[in-house]
Design a binder for this molecule. Structure first.
Ligand code: APR
Ligand code: ZN
Length: 235
């Protein structure tokens, strides 16, 4: 498949900057008016006229070469995230390994949510071999504690969170492969940046109920991954 080059992807989100401001590029810490401090492999000749670009939505400016280098360091999914304000350009995806996400309603209430039933989500990911998008391609990864069970109140807001988690799952953003901060094990499946409640009736780990701020926190974390109800309705 012949995709766009990294430089073409990055340029899609940039506006031209004729006169770079007297500021440093916060990626390489060198002056925007001068050359990029990043001189890595795969960064070719970029003409003076387009050496600095402004991200179209948030307005932050960087050396084009620095943004291309940053893009090449990620999973190259056609999206770009502003390193200053985290605005996402395109659709952000992650490197969650293959697996299954299921859910159903159970007829019990969670602590702090006495007026509704409960949604149980079950994630199952088997161990496997790391792909090119993972830290150690070709090496096996382990998968501990699966199936992992998670709980949401079956309220209007809880169902909204569930809808957005389904989008996050499709975009491979719920789990990642890396080093577990709980066990220290490397090359294993770990939670990504969206918090889940894995305890139903107790709160021994801190990942249980009651937690009045939980649903709003998760909505914020999903937003940081580019997932909101507004965006979801368009698709
Ligand atoms: N339940 C829910 N979230 C957790 C848990 C847990 N028991 N433990 C850690 N987290 C959160 C952390 O707060 C952090 O934000 O997951 C994120 C990543 O932490 P890691 O320890 O690196 O993740 P991982 O190894 O996947 O999780 C550790 O969580 O669900 C359990 O069975 C799993 O025992 C394992 C534990
Ligand atoms: Zn920005």
């Amino acid at each position: 498949r012949k995709g766009k080059t990294p430089e073409e992807v990055v340029k899609r989100y940039l506006q031209k900057v004729r006169n770079p401001p007297e500021e440093d590029c916060t990626i390489c810490m060198e002056a925007l008016a001068g050359p990029s401090g990043y001189k890595g492999p795969g960064v070719g000749g970029i003409s003076r006229a387009e050496s600095v670009g402004r991200l179209a939505q948030c307005g932050h400016q960087y050396h084009l070469q620095c943004l291309v280098a940053m893009y090449n360091n990620g999973n190259k999914d056609g999206s770009l995230q502003c390193p200053t304000c985290k605005t996402i350009y395109g659709v952000k995806t992650g490197n969650q390994p293959p697996g299954k996400m299921e859910y159903h309603v159970i007829p019990h209430s969670l602590p702090g949510h006495p007026d509704c039933k409960t949604i149980r989500i079950i994630y199952n990911i088997p161990p496997g071999i790391q792909g090119p998008e993972h830290p150690n391609p070709g090496k096996p990864f382990t998968a501990r504690g699966f199936p992992r069970h998670c709980y949401l109140p079956d309220s209007e807001k809880g169902r909204k969170v569930l809808r957005l988690l389904l989008v996050a799952w499709d975009r491979r953003l719920i789990f990642s492969v890396g080093t577990s901060s709980t066990t220290g094990e490397s090359d294993t499946v770990i939670w990504n940046e969206v918090h889940h409640k894995t305890e139903f009736g107790s709160n021994l780990t801190g990942h249980g109920y009651p937690d009045p701020g939980h649903l709003d926190n998760v909505l914020e974390e999903l937003k940081a991954q580019g997932i909101t109800e507004e965006e979801y309705k368009q698709n």
